[in-house]
Design a protein around this ligand. Structure first.
Ligand SMILES: Nc1ncnc2c1ncn2[C@@H]1O[C@H](COP(=O)(O)OP(=O)(O)OP(=O)(O)O)[C@@H](O)[C@H]1O
Length: 235
């Protein structure tokens, strides 16, 4: 069933709504990409889904159950994790300590250890570097650490805000290879990224937003054909 956003109106103040009746479905086990010009409301949508902003109107559900009013820990318990925009690695803390932060809702030492083992199995390069300060990792590795940290609580749904921002092209490719692996593992993934071509390349379904409204939507193939035309509308 995945994630469903229906007729959502939300913003940072009551007077100025940023999302104006948005609708979106992120199907289970699929990659859904949101594109749009700067200020279209893409990040605001992810913040609203994750409960940081309270919608004035509309509904948001996950696997058919309303998640409106949930705190981040409730989201994690329901299997939804969120990569916020910008850098969120703590550079002076060890790689392992950064990962442990991702498991903050796990109750026992045993659960935390098992989660770490699972993540290390999936990300052997992080295991090799677990005793290093995270700030020593390359930009791409830090982003992969952030993504790995998201998986500590065993989520099924990932919200990723600008996973490739600020990375040079080679590292963008590395990060997208990691996201492609998560796609193969059937995570439900909702991505916002300025790198439209890269994000669409792994998408199953794409939404283009403008001014907090739905502007276009369709499959990757439909978008690939119309991409130049759609991007021209933003300029
Ligand atoms: N914390 C905030 N307080 C008030 N207004 C905000 C805040 N964050 C964003 N906005 C406004 O909300 C609107 C949408 O911003 P948002 O960051 O969601 O856009 P976006 O589509 O993600 O753009 P970008 O690609 O530039 O990140 C913008 O007009 C922005 O100025």
């Amino acid at each position: 069933m995945g994630l469903e956003v229906s007729d959502v109106v939300a913003g940072y103040t009551r007077e100025v709504p940023i999302l104006n009746g948005l609708n979106l479905t992120a199907e289970d086990g699929r990659v859904t990409v949101i594109i749009g010009p700067n200020g279209a409301g893409k990040s605001t949508l992810l913040k609203t889904i994750y409960g940081y902003l309270k919608p004035e109107r509309g509904s948001i559900s996950h696997d058919g159950e309303s998640i409106l009013g949930y705190a981040p820990k409730d989201m994690l318990r329901k299997g939804i994790a969120y990569l916020i925009q910008g850098h969120s690695v703590f550079p002076r803390m060890l790689v392992e300590e950064n990962l442990e932060l991702g498991g903050w809702i796990l109750g026992s030492e045993r659960e935390r250890r098992e989660a770490l083992e699972r993540v290390y199995e999936r990300y052997p390069r992080l295991k090799e570097k677990r005793r290093l300060p995270a700030g020593i990792l390359s930009g791409g590795e830090q982003r992969i650490l952030e993504i790995a940290r998201l998986t500590m609580t065993g989520p099924r749904t990932l919200l990723l805000d600008e996973p490739s921002v600020g990375l040079m092209p080679k590292l963008v490719t590395e990060v997208y290879e990691e996201i492609s692996k998560l796609k193969e593992e059937k995570y439900t993934i909702l991505i916002v990224d300025q790198n439209v071509k890269k994000s669409i390349s792994i998408a199953d379904y794409v939404y283009a937003l403008a001014l907090g409204e739905n502007r276009h939507e369709g499959t990757k193939e439909e978008f690939a054909e119309r991409l130049d035309e759609i991007v021209k509308e933003w300029i």
